[in-house]
Design a protein around this ligand. Structure first.
Ligand code: GLU
Length: 396
Protein backbone atom coordinates (compact mmCIF):
# COMPACT_ATOMS: atom_id res chain seq x y z
CA UNK A 1 0.00 0.00 0.00
CA UNK A 2 1.54 3.33 -0.99
CA UNK A 3 -1.04 5.61 0.63
CA UNK A 4 -0.73 6.42 4.32
CA UNK A 5 -3.27 4.17 6.03
CA UNK A 6 -4.40 6.97 8.35
CA UNK A 7 -5.54 10.29 6.94
CA UNK A 8 -3.85 13.60 7.70
CA UNK A 9 -6.48 14.82 10.16
CA UNK A 10 -6.15 11.83 12.44
CA UNK A 11 -2.38 11.64 11.91
CA UNK A 12 -2.22 15.13 13.36
CA UNK A 13 -4.43 14.21 16.31
CA UNK A 14 -2.65 13.78 19.66
CA UNK A 15 -3.74 10.84 21.80
CA UNK A 16 -5.63 11.89 24.94
CA UNK A 17 -2.95 11.97 27.64
CA UNK A 18 -5.47 11.73 30.46
CA UNK A 19 -6.82 8.50 29.04
CA UNK A 20 -3.35 7.23 28.08
CA UNK A 21 -1.97 7.71 31.60
CA UNK A 22 -5.03 6.16 33.21
CA UNK A 23 -4.48 3.17 30.90
CA UNK A 24 -0.78 3.06 31.86
CA UNK A 25 -1.74 2.89 35.54
CA UNK A 26 -4.19 0.06 34.81
CA UNK A 27 -1.53 -1.89 32.91
CA UNK A 28 1.02 -1.52 35.69
CA UNK A 29 -1.55 -2.62 38.24
CA UNK A 30 -2.48 -5.63 36.12
CA UNK A 31 1.22 -6.53 36.03
CA UNK A 32 1.22 -6.63 39.83
CA UNK A 33 2.91 -3.26 40.46
CA UNK A 34 1.60 -1.42 43.53
CA UNK A 35 0.73 1.77 41.72
CA UNK A 36 -0.83 4.90 43.16
CA UNK A 37 -2.65 6.56 40.28
CA UNK A 38 -3.53 10.23 40.44
CA UNK A 39 -4.29 10.07 36.71
CA UNK A 40 -7.93 9.12 36.58
CA UNK A 41 -10.35 11.91 35.80
CA UNK A 42 -13.29 10.02 37.25
CA UNK A 43 -14.88 9.41 40.64
CA UNK A 44 -13.86 6.17 42.32
CA UNK A 45 -17.37 5.72 43.79
CA UNK A 46 -19.98 3.35 42.45
CA UNK A 47 -23.01 4.86 40.73
CA UNK A 48 -25.64 5.28 43.50
CA UNK A 49 -27.86 2.23 43.96
CA UNK A 50 -31.13 3.92 43.02
CA UNK A 51 -29.68 4.84 39.62
CA UNK A 52 -28.47 1.28 39.06
CA UNK A 53 -31.98 0.07 39.90
CA UNK A 54 -33.52 2.55 37.44
CA UNK A 55 -31.29 1.15 34.69
CA UNK A 56 -32.23 -2.44 35.51
CA UNK A 57 -35.90 -1.45 35.50
CA UNK A 58 -35.37 0.24 32.13
CA UNK A 59 -33.98 -2.97 30.65
CA UNK A 60 -36.96 -4.93 31.99
CA UNK A 61 -39.49 -2.30 30.91
CA UNK A 62 -38.32 -2.62 27.31
CA UNK A 63 -36.29 0.54 26.67
CA UNK A 64 -34.46 -1.33 23.94
CA UNK A 65 -34.94 0.77 20.83
CA UNK A 66 -33.78 4.02 19.32
CA UNK A 67 -35.00 7.10 21.11
CA UNK A 68 -35.34 10.62 19.69
CA UNK A 69 -31.88 11.59 18.44
CA UNK A 70 -31.41 14.41 20.96
CA UNK A 71 -32.72 12.42 23.93
CA UNK A 72 -36.07 11.26 25.28
CA UNK A 73 -38.65 13.92 26.05
CA UNK A 74 -38.58 12.94 29.73
CA UNK A 75 -34.80 13.31 30.00
CA UNK A 76 -34.71 16.64 28.17
CA UNK A 77 -37.45 17.95 30.43
CA UNK A 78 -35.55 16.79 33.51
CA UNK A 79 -32.41 18.54 32.23
CA UNK A 80 -34.40 21.71 31.56
CA UNK A 81 -35.71 21.59 35.16
CA UNK A 82 -32.21 21.01 36.51
CA UNK A 83 -30.80 23.97 34.55
CA UNK A 84 -33.55 26.22 35.81
CA UNK A 85 -33.11 25.02 39.40
CA UNK A 86 -29.32 25.11 39.59
CA UNK A 87 -28.17 27.58 36.93
CA UNK A 88 -31.23 29.81 36.87
CA UNK A 89 -31.53 29.49 33.08
CA UNK A 90 -34.68 28.45 31.25
CA UNK A 91 -34.39 26.27 28.17
CA UNK A 92 -37.08 24.57 26.15
CA UNK A 93 -36.47 20.81 26.04
CA UNK A 94 -35.81 21.02 22.28
CA UNK A 95 -32.89 23.35 22.97
CA UNK A 96 -31.16 20.45 24.73
CA UNK A 97 -29.25 17.74 22.88
CA UNK A 98 -28.24 14.66 24.84
CA UNK A 99 -25.11 12.91 23.59
CA UNK A 100 -22.64 10.20 24.56
CA UNK A 101 -20.99 12.09 27.37
CA UNK A 102 -20.10 15.77 27.72
CA UNK A 103 -17.12 15.14 25.45
CA UNK A 104 -19.50 14.24 22.62
CA UNK A 105 -21.65 17.28 23.41
CA UNK A 106 -18.55 19.49 23.11
CA UNK A 107 -17.68 17.92 19.78
CA UNK A 108 -21.25 18.43 18.52
CA UNK A 109 -21.08 22.07 19.55
CA UNK A 110 -17.70 22.76 17.93
CA UNK A 111 -18.45 20.97 14.68
CA UNK A 112 -21.86 22.63 14.42
CA UNK A 113 -20.75 26.23 14.80
CA UNK A 114 -17.17 26.49 13.54
CA UNK A 115 -16.23 27.54 10.03
CA UNK A 116 -12.81 26.47 8.73
CA UNK A 117 -10.14 28.77 10.15
CA UNK A 118 -12.27 30.13 13.00
CA UNK A 119 -10.11 30.82 16.03
CA UNK A 120 -11.15 29.50 19.43
CA UNK A 121 -9.65 30.94 22.61
CA UNK A 122 -8.63 28.19 25.03
CA UNK A 123 -7.62 29.68 28.39
CA UNK A 124 -4.68 27.72 29.85
CA UNK A 125 -4.53 25.45 31.64
CA UNK A 126 -7.13 23.82 29.41
CA UNK A 127 -8.56 20.33 29.31
CA UNK A 128 -6.53 18.14 26.92
CA UNK A 129 -9.26 17.54 24.38
CA UNK A 130 -10.33 21.14 23.69
CA UNK A 131 -7.55 22.10 21.25
CA UNK A 132 -7.60 18.73 19.53
CA UNK A 133 -11.36 18.82 18.99
CA UNK A 134 -11.22 22.42 17.76
CA UNK A 135 -8.57 21.45 15.19
CA UNK A 136 -10.48 18.39 14.09
CA UNK A 137 -13.57 20.53 13.59
CA UNK A 138 -11.56 22.80 11.26
CA UNK A 139 -10.92 25.57 13.77
CA UNK A 140 -7.69 26.98 15.14
CA UNK A 141 -7.16 26.65 18.89
CA UNK A 142 -5.47 29.68 20.46
CA UNK A 143 -4.05 29.05 23.92
CA UNK A 144 -4.37 32.03 26.26
CA UNK A 145 -2.04 32.09 29.24
CA UNK A 146 -3.09 33.83 32.46
CA UNK A 147 -0.63 36.18 34.14
CA UNK A 148 2.33 34.32 35.67
CA UNK A 149 1.41 32.54 38.90
CA UNK A 150 -2.29 32.82 38.10
CA UNK A 151 -4.63 30.11 36.85
CA UNK A 152 -7.55 32.14 35.57
CA UNK A 153 -7.54 34.43 32.56
CA UNK A 154 -8.76 38.02 32.68
CA UNK A 155 -10.22 40.01 29.76
CA UNK A 156 -6.80 41.69 29.20
CA UNK A 157 -5.25 38.25 28.54
CA UNK A 158 -8.04 37.38 26.13
CA UNK A 159 -7.81 40.78 24.45
CA UNK A 160 -4.18 40.14 23.52
CA UNK A 161 -5.16 36.88 21.80
CA UNK A 162 -8.27 38.11 19.97
CA UNK A 163 -8.21 38.69 16.21
CA UNK A 164 -10.95 39.33 13.64
CA UNK A 165 -11.04 35.52 13.13
CA UNK A 166 -11.88 34.79 16.76
CA UNK A 167 -15.25 33.09 16.98
CA UNK A 168 -15.45 31.45 20.36
CA UNK A 169 -14.04 31.21 23.86
CA UNK A 170 -14.08 28.01 25.88
CA UNK A 171 -14.77 28.54 29.56
CA UNK A 172 -14.35 25.54 31.84
CA UNK A 173 -15.19 26.37 35.44
CA UNK A 174 -14.63 24.56 37.78
CA UNK A 175 -11.52 23.94 35.75
CA UNK A 176 -9.86 20.71 34.77
CA UNK A 177 -6.92 20.58 35.60
CA UNK A 178 -6.50 23.52 38.01
CA UNK A 179 -9.70 23.19 40.07
CA UNK A 180 -10.14 26.98 39.85
CA UNK A 181 -13.65 28.40 39.89
CA UNK A 182 -14.43 31.67 38.11
CA UNK A 183 -16.44 33.91 40.44
CA UNK A 184 -19.55 35.81 39.26
CA UNK A 185 -17.61 39.01 38.49
CA UNK A 186 -14.98 37.09 36.56
CA UNK A 187 -17.62 35.31 34.49
CA UNK A 188 -19.37 38.64 33.92
CA UNK A 189 -16.11 40.13 32.64
CA UNK A 190 -15.65 37.23 30.23
CA UNK A 191 -19.21 37.59 28.98
CA UNK A 192 -18.60 41.33 28.44
CA UNK A 193 -15.48 40.48 26.44
CA UNK A 194 -17.43 37.93 24.38
CA UNK A 195 -20.21 40.43 23.74
CA UNK A 196 -17.79 43.13 22.68
CA UNK A 197 -16.14 40.76 20.16
CA UNK A 198 -19.39 39.00 19.26
CA UNK A 199 -18.10 35.57 20.30
CA UNK A 200 -19.80 32.37 21.27
CA UNK A 201 -18.98 30.92 24.68
CA UNK A 202 -18.65 27.19 25.06
CA UNK A 203 -19.20 26.69 28.78
CA UNK A 204 -18.05 23.28 29.98
CA UNK A 205 -19.81 22.93 33.35
CA UNK A 206 -19.19 19.24 33.98
CA UNK A 207 -17.73 19.91 37.49
CA UNK A 208 -20.43 22.46 38.38
CA UNK A 209 -21.68 20.65 41.48
CA UNK A 210 -18.21 19.83 42.75
CA UNK A 211 -17.40 23.11 44.49
CA UNK A 212 -16.08 23.56 48.03
CA UNK A 213 -16.01 26.15 50.78
CA UNK A 214 -17.46 29.47 49.70
CA UNK A 215 -17.08 28.80 45.98
CA UNK A 216 -20.21 28.81 43.83
CA UNK A 217 -20.52 27.98 40.18
CA UNK A 218 -21.73 30.70 37.81
CA UNK A 219 -22.92 29.85 34.32
CA UNK A 220 -22.39 32.56 31.72
CA UNK A 221 -25.81 31.57 30.35
CA UNK A 222 -27.39 32.89 33.56
CA UNK A 223 -26.17 36.45 32.96
CA UNK A 224 -28.98 37.77 30.78
CA UNK A 225 -30.62 37.01 27.44
CA UNK A 226 -27.70 38.05 25.27
CA UNK A 227 -25.28 35.99 27.38
CA UNK A 228 -27.60 33.00 27.17
CA UNK A 229 -27.95 33.33 23.38
CA UNK A 230 -24.18 33.26 22.85
CA UNK A 231 -23.51 30.42 25.32
CA UNK A 232 -23.49 26.73 24.54
CA UNK A 233 -23.81 25.16 27.96
CA UNK A 234 -22.36 21.65 28.34
CA UNK A 235 -22.85 19.37 31.29
CA UNK A 236 -23.53 15.71 32.07
CA UNK A 237 -24.03 13.19 34.81
CA UNK A 238 -20.54 11.61 34.76
CA UNK A 239 -18.75 13.44 37.55
CA UNK A 240 -21.54 14.44 39.95
CA UNK A 241 -23.17 11.03 39.85
CA UNK A 242 -20.13 8.78 39.37
CA UNK A 243 -21.51 7.73 35.98
CA UNK A 244 -18.50 8.13 33.67
CA UNK A 245 -19.04 4.77 31.98
CA UNK A 246 -22.71 5.41 31.22
CA UNK A 247 -21.80 8.17 28.74
CA UNK A 248 -24.51 10.77 29.15
CA UNK A 249 -23.78 14.44 28.56
CA UNK A 250 -25.73 17.25 27.01
CA UNK A 251 -25.51 20.66 25.39
CA UNK A 252 -28.10 23.42 25.74
CA UNK A 253 -28.04 26.25 23.24
CA UNK A 254 -29.95 28.74 21.13
CA UNK A 255 -32.63 26.91 19.08
CA UNK A 256 -30.82 27.06 15.74
CA UNK A 257 -27.57 25.75 17.20
CA UNK A 258 -29.41 22.99 19.06
CA UNK A 259 -31.14 21.98 15.83
CA UNK A 260 -27.77 21.85 14.06
CA UNK A 261 -26.22 19.72 16.80
CA UNK A 262 -29.13 17.30 16.64
CA UNK A 263 -28.88 17.07 12.85
CA UNK A 264 -25.16 16.32 13.16
CA UNK A 265 -25.72 13.69 15.83
CA UNK A 266 -28.46 12.14 13.69
CA UNK A 267 -25.87 11.38 11.02
CA UNK A 268 -23.16 10.29 13.42
CA UNK A 269 -24.30 8.27 16.41
CA UNK A 270 -28.10 8.63 16.69
CA UNK A 271 -29.30 8.72 20.28
CA UNK A 272 -27.19 8.09 23.37
CA UNK A 273 -27.80 4.63 24.87
CA UNK A 274 -31.46 4.27 25.85
CA UNK A 275 -30.73 2.54 29.17
CA UNK A 276 -28.19 5.19 30.12
CA UNK A 277 -30.74 7.89 29.36
CA UNK A 278 -33.17 6.27 31.80
CA UNK A 279 -30.40 6.09 34.40
CA UNK A 280 -29.56 9.77 33.86
CA UNK A 281 -33.25 10.64 34.21
CA UNK A 282 -33.27 8.93 37.61
CA UNK A 283 -30.10 10.77 38.66
CA UNK A 284 -31.47 14.18 37.73
CA UNK A 285 -34.96 13.75 39.10
CA UNK A 286 -34.30 11.51 42.13
CA UNK A 287 -32.80 11.95 45.57
CA UNK A 288 -29.90 14.42 45.42
CA UNK A 289 -28.44 13.27 48.76
CA UNK A 290 -26.00 10.65 47.34
CA UNK A 291 -24.43 13.30 45.09
CA UNK A 292 -24.03 15.62 48.06
CA UNK A 293 -22.43 12.87 50.12
CA UNK A 294 -19.87 12.18 47.36
CA UNK A 295 -19.17 15.91 47.14
CA UNK A 296 -18.43 15.97 50.87
CA UNK A 297 -16.03 13.07 50.52
CA UNK A 298 -14.22 14.98 47.76
CA UNK A 299 -14.16 18.07 49.97
CA UNK A 300 -12.37 16.12 52.73
CA UNK A 301 -9.91 14.62 50.26
CA UNK A 302 -9.20 18.03 48.84
CA UNK A 303 -8.09 19.19 52.30
CA UNK A 304 -5.95 16.11 52.70
CA UNK A 305 -4.17 16.38 49.36
CA UNK A 306 -3.76 20.16 49.50
CA UNK A 307 -2.09 19.90 52.90
CA UNK A 308 0.21 17.04 51.84
CA UNK A 309 1.22 18.57 48.51
CA UNK A 310 1.80 22.03 50.00
CA UNK A 311 4.21 20.46 52.50
CA UNK A 312 6.44 19.10 49.71
CA UNK A 313 9.62 21.18 49.58
CA UNK A 314 9.77 23.49 46.57
CA UNK A 315 6.27 22.65 45.39
CA UNK A 316 3.74 25.47 45.12
CA UNK A 317 0.02 24.90 45.20
CA UNK A 318 -2.86 27.31 44.75
CA UNK A 319 -5.60 25.45 46.65
CA UNK A 320 -8.45 24.65 44.26
CA UNK A 321 -12.11 25.48 44.85
CA UNK A 322 -13.69 22.83 42.67
CA UNK A 323 -13.51 19.65 40.55
CA UNK A 324 -11.29 16.88 41.99
CA UNK A 325 -7.84 17.91 40.85
CA UNK A 326 -4.87 19.74 42.27
CA UNK A 327 -2.40 21.29 39.85
CA UNK A 328 0.79 22.04 41.78
CA UNK A 329 3.77 23.85 40.33
CA UNK A 330 6.87 21.60 40.33
CA UNK A 331 9.13 24.00 38.38
CA UNK A 332 11.66 24.10 41.19
CA UNK A 333 11.90 20.30 41.36
CA UNK A 334 12.30 20.16 37.58
CA UNK A 335 15.08 22.75 37.77
CA UNK A 336 16.80 20.66 40.46
CA UNK A 337 16.70 17.51 38.31
CA UNK A 338 20.10 18.38 36.87
CA UNK A 339 19.27 17.21 33.34
CA UNK A 340 17.68 13.89 34.38
CA UNK A 341 14.50 15.38 32.97
CA UNK A 342 13.63 18.80 31.71
CA UNK A 343 9.89 19.20 31.81
CA UNK A 344 6.63 18.03 33.35
CA UNK A 345 6.46 14.99 31.04
CA UNK A 346 9.97 13.99 32.20
CA UNK A 347 8.99 14.45 35.84
CA UNK A 348 5.88 12.38 35.23
CA UNK A 349 7.97 9.52 33.78
CA UNK A 350 10.46 9.82 36.64
CA UNK A 351 7.65 9.44 39.20
CA UNK A 352 6.21 6.43 37.39
CA UNK A 353 9.60 4.73 37.21
CA UNK A 354 10.98 5.74 40.62
CA UNK A 355 7.86 5.83 42.76
CA UNK A 356 5.13 3.92 40.93
CA UNK A 357 3.01 7.04 41.05
CA UNK A 358 1.07 8.17 37.99
CA UNK A 359 0.17 11.83 37.41
CA UNK A 360 -0.62 13.79 34.23
CA UNK A 361 1.99 16.33 33.03
CA UNK A 362 1.05 20.02 32.83
CA UNK A 363 2.22 20.10 29.21
CA UNK A 364 -0.92 18.13 28.29
CA UNK A 365 -2.96 21.07 29.59
CA UNK A 366 -0.83 23.81 28.04
CA UNK A 367 0.97 24.74 31.26
CA UNK A 368 4.51 23.48 31.75
CA UNK A 369 6.11 22.93 35.13
CA UNK A 370 2.95 21.50 36.69
CA UNK A 371 1.45 18.08 37.31
CA UNK A 372 -2.25 17.25 37.61
CA UNK A 373 -3.17 14.97 40.50
CA UNK A 374 -6.72 13.68 40.69
CA UNK A 375 -7.88 13.10 44.25
CA UNK A 376 -10.78 10.90 43.23
CA UNK A 377 -8.99 8.04 44.98
CA UNK A 378 -8.99 6.55 48.49
CA UNK A 379 -7.67 8.65 51.40
CA UNK A 380 -4.82 6.24 52.19
CA UNK A 381 -3.73 6.28 48.57
CA UNK A 382 -3.58 10.07 48.59
CA UNK A 383 -1.33 10.02 51.64
CA UNK A 384 0.82 7.17 50.33
CA UNK A 385 1.11 8.65 46.82
CA UNK A 386 2.16 12.12 47.97
CA UNK A 387 4.68 10.58 50.41
CA UNK A 388 6.19 8.61 47.53
CA UNK A 389 6.42 11.77 45.41
CA UNK A 390 8.16 13.51 48.33
CA UNK A 391 10.68 10.66 48.68
CA UNK A 392 11.37 10.58 44.94
CA UNK A 393 11.90 14.35 44.85
CA UNK A 394 14.27 14.11 47.80
CA UNK A 395 16.45 11.74 45.76
CA UNK A 396 16.99 14.32 43.03
N1 GLU B 1 -12.17 14.40 31.78
C1 GLU B 1 -11.43 13.39 32.45
C2 GLU B 1 -9.96 13.77 32.56
O1 GLU B 1 -9.60 14.86 32.26
C3 GLU B 1 -11.65 12.07 31.82
C4 GLU B 1 -10.71 11.63 30.76
C5 GLU B 1 -10.89 12.39 29.51
O2 GLU B 1 -11.92 12.20 28.86
O3 GLU B 1 -10.00 13.19 29.23
O4 GLU B 1 -9.17 12.99 33.01
Amino acid sequence: MTRAPVGARVRALKPSETLALSARARELRAAGVKVVSFAAGEPDFDTPAFIQEAAIDAVRAGHHRYTEVGGTAALREAIARKLERDQGVRYEPKQIVVGNGAKHAIWNALFTVLEPGDEVLCPAPYWVSFPEMVRLAGGVPVAVAPSPGDYKVAPEDLERAATPRTRMIILNSPNNPSGMVYGPDEVRAIVAFATQHDLLILSDEIYEQLVYGEARHTSPASLGDDAKARTILVNGVSKTWAMTGWRIGYAAAAPEIAKGMERLQGQMTSNAASISQQAALAALSGDQAPAESMRRRFAARRERIAEAVSALPGVRLRAPDGAFYVFPDFSEAIARAGGRFRDSAGLCDYLINEANVVCVPGSAFGMEGHLRLSYAIADEEITEGVARIGAALARL
